[in-house]
Ligand binder design. Structure first.
Ligand SMILES: CC(=O)N[C@H]1[C@@H](OP(=O)(O)OP(=O)(O)OC[C@H]2O[C@@H](n3ccc(=O)[nH]c3=O)[C@H](O)[C@@H]2O)O[C@H](CO)[C@@H](O)[C@@H]1O
Ligand SMILES: C=C(OP(=O)(O)O)C(=O)O
Length: 418
């Protein structure tokens, strides 16, 4: 087991390069199996979720090479009967995308229930409803989801909730279905657009991604291509919040500033300066911030995946802030850990009421999930004294070398083996 040790109170200065988006990468890797020949994915983040997904598709027979610069070459010929074991599938959420991909290409998919962060109940009923509307038969037995369809047929599908996973999974299944699928009330996150672009680069026909109506016309075959994964909105937002909270002057580079608008708006409201320029944003802050209220919403709202990091920032903002989580019902496990560091937070239903304190003090805390881990890192950066963060395997699922990137902008953080 590894830990991070952070000595806080140091302003951050310099430039940090953002990696490819986790939630696009973990959809693009299974999506590559739709193609008939080699796919090259560029700008993949070097995170554990990517490595695990490489292991999963290799287990199924794909030939995969992944280099340190985030380039993965995938020869997509697999044996769909090689069912990846539960131990691999449960390591991440995005393994559910294998259902849409295998159903589209082979007419059959058997996958165990996916894993992912423990942030509330995580049903996949909307994915299933979509597959069923296209004519698939779905059975759930002994923890396995079995999906079968001689021929998927395009259909109108209205999502009851705005779901990132269901939108992408239905796009994947529909990419090779007979006829046209129309997804209404679709999610609009940047990674939805990225995967639609990737399917189109393989010869597919997806229109409307980024709006709430997506039209997918199935094609018979998809071919290989090279696709560059978009920058990670959530990693970029995490560094923006860290810079605003710890104080300093940080350029967050290699990003699409538009994707950061909801975060920029809130940091400016709290008193930080954010300058947008081409493919970077610059965050300048003296660490003295004012209270704000934040409500998580599907894109283009404030992302739920940054709610926990934002909570850490607000622990030291003047006044009382309220963060309302509308996407996940149990995404407040970081609160008890922040309280160990002196934060004054009360959770009432889906809101955290945060009374700003003068300072946090370092303490031993744990990363209860991926973004709770990021929240602990930010808390450690602003706290006086030493913070020791355990269970950092959660952080490694989704952040590429977070300690190296933070060190480059002046933070005092080390990874130690326990
Ligand atoms: C691998 C990946 O991309 N993970 C992201 C994805 O998770 P994930 O795809 O699991 O999240 P969804 O967008 O599907 O979930 C949004 C909401 O819809 C509900 N729901 C979802 C599906 C369904 O079939 N039925 C249903 O009721 C969920 O309980 C949740 O309340 O989007 C979330 C919301 O932006 C992010 O927090 C995760 O980081
Ligand atoms: C919740 C997250 O991840 P996952 O859906 O992969 O568990 C996240 O990235 O914040």
């Amino acid at each position: 087991m590894e830990k991070f040790i952070i000595r806080g109170g140091i302003p951050l200065r310099g430039k940090v390069k953002i990696s490819g988006a986790k939630n696009a990468a973990v959809a693009a890797i299974p999506a590559a199996l739709l193609a008939n020949d080699e796919v090259v994915l560029e700008n993949l983040p070097m995170i554990n979720d990517v490595r695990v997904f490489a292991d999963i598709i290799q287990y199924m027979g794909a030939r995969v090479s992944l280099t340190d610069d985030g380039v993965m070459r995938i020869n997509p010929h697999i044996n769909p009967a090689n069912l990846p074991p539960y131990d691999l599938i449960k390591k991440l959420r995005a393994s559910y995308y294998l259902l849409g991909v295998l159903l589209a290409k082979y007419g059959e998919a058997t996958i165990s229930m996916p894993g992912g962060c423990d942030i509330g109940t995580r049903p996949i009923d909307q994915h299933i409803k979509g597959f069923q509307a296209m004519g698939a038969r779905i059975d759930i037995e002994h923890g396995m989801i079995k999906a079968r369809a001689k021929q998927l047929v395009g259909a109108p599908i209205y999502l009851d909730v705005v779901s990132v996973g269901a939108t992408i999974n239905i796009m994947l299944a529909a990419s090779m279905a007979k006829g046209t699928t129309i997804i209404e009330n679709a999610a609009k996150e940047p990674h939805i657009v990225d995967i639609a672009n990737f399917i189109n680069a393989m010869g597919g026909n997806v229109k409307g991604a980024g709006t709430d109506v997506i039209k997918v016309t199935g094609v018979e075959h998809l071919h290989g291509c090279t696709h560059m994964v978009i920058p990670d909105q959530i990693e970029a937002g995490t560094f923006m919040i860290a810079a605003a909270a710890a104080g300093g002057d940080v350029i967050i580079d290699n990003i699409i500033p538009k994707h950061l608008d909801p975060i920029t708006a809130k940091l400016v409201e709290a008193g930080a300066t954010v300058e947008e320029n081409g493919d970077h944003v610059r965050v300048i802050s003296d660490g003295s911030l004012n209270q704000i209220n934040v409500k998580t919403l599907p894109y283009p709202g404030f992302p739920t995946d940054l709610q926990q990091p934002m909570t850490s920032l607000l622990t030291i903002a003047r006044g009382t802030s309220i963060i309302t989580e509308t996407v996940w019902e149990s995404r407040f496990k970081h609160v008890d850990e922040l309280k160990r560091m002196g934060a004054n937070i009360k959770v009432e239903g889906s809101s955290a009421i945060i009374q700003g304190v003068k300072e946090l003090s370092g303490a031993p805390v744990k990363a209860t999930d991926l973004r709770a881990g990021a929240a602990m890192v930010i808390a450690g950066l602003i706290a006086s004294g030493e913070t020791e963060i355990s269970c950092i395997h959660h952080i490694d699922r989704g952040y590429e070398s977070i300690e190296k990137k933070l060190k480059e902008i002046g933070a005092d953080i080390v990874r130690i083996k326990n």
